[in-house]
Design a protein around this ligand. Sequence first.
Ligand code: ZN
Length: 410
Amino acid sequence: MTLRGHRRGFRRLVARFVLFGAIVPAVVPFASGCRGGERGGAAPARSPAAREVIDSHVHITPSMVALATALQVFERAGIGRFVVKSAGAVGSPRYRATLALQRVLGDRMRAFAQLDWDGIDDPDFARKQVPNLERMRRDGIVGIKIFKNLGLGLRTADGKLVPPDDPRLDEIFEACGRLGLIVAWHVADPVKFFDPPTPDNERWDELQLAPGWSFHGGDFPSHAELMAAQERRIARHPKTTFLLIHFANYAENLDYVEHILDTYPNVYTDTSARVPEIGRHPPERVRALFVRHQDRILFGSDFIVEGDGSMQLGSAWHVPDALPGLDDAVEFYARHWRFFETTEKQIEHPTPIQGRWKVDAIGLPPEVLRKFYVTNAERLLFREPLPAVFDPLEGMVVRRRPPSQGPAEP
Ligand SMILES: [Zn+2]
């Protein structure tokens, strides 16, 4: 968090390069070179169980540098396809640049886009979002990703926080169901972020680095209130598919996660940035949950690459005044593989800043692992083909933009 300010100037510079047209020619040569490129010194930390894992939850800022970094990490870690959760709002530079990336990478990538909350005070706000949602659909966007600001940051003109289940927003969720857009949703942060941010808080290391992640006091709703609002929302829209990320936003409570998955067939979840919490439960219990709901849990990491190529591995980096490098990113993935594939006890979790404890691996059966790593995301997020305009691995034009994607943005 503290590093963000320093990067702002550079990011503005990078932003000028990311518009469609600038990115395509720049990306192709790099991606071609990346395929047979160097793997670094250490042995590849690929998942032995599935070499072409889909990471269903990443944030890649659409710049050449960020994509280059991401592709190097994915190549070494064995990530075959990935899903960007932050394409921005329809019409924004980030949105257009992410679409450009999508056109280059074709079926290697999918993206979720955002709502623009400006105008939340307009009584017609929700209805006015529908054309944007239709536009996303035409552009091949798979769904909307809603950040925790809905509930914890977004306020109306009277200063009140907008609750996640605010009925004024119903039309948006209904339209997503009608259009086949998935609602990926970050409703709440870890429970301890709602406790006082003091040295005896077990997430103190992280809260010190990112004080803005503390939701203690003020007029913030409690974690329990957010979970109740989340449930009311998914119950209200049975025809809408929800991807409740971060282990249904309540990795601390397997009973809650199980209750949600048992009760609502329209809900999927992912593991992004929550292995440290998931791994604190008895491994047999976690394994049983994964087996029981083997068709609705997706592998996701929350791997972030900023426009300047700097990375975040699930959360803030634990080494003061340093940023993670490529080897750290590969190790981040390797720790996931170890957690899901072995039955080792008391191993390091992928995100040191998220808690000074160790976790017990859950050793998923091969057929469950395959669904978790590949098939579930394939079925949910890659169901419609999106051919590349270029094949980045060959560096040549293979197909024109499909007509369904509509005219280019002005
Ligand atoms: Zn994320």
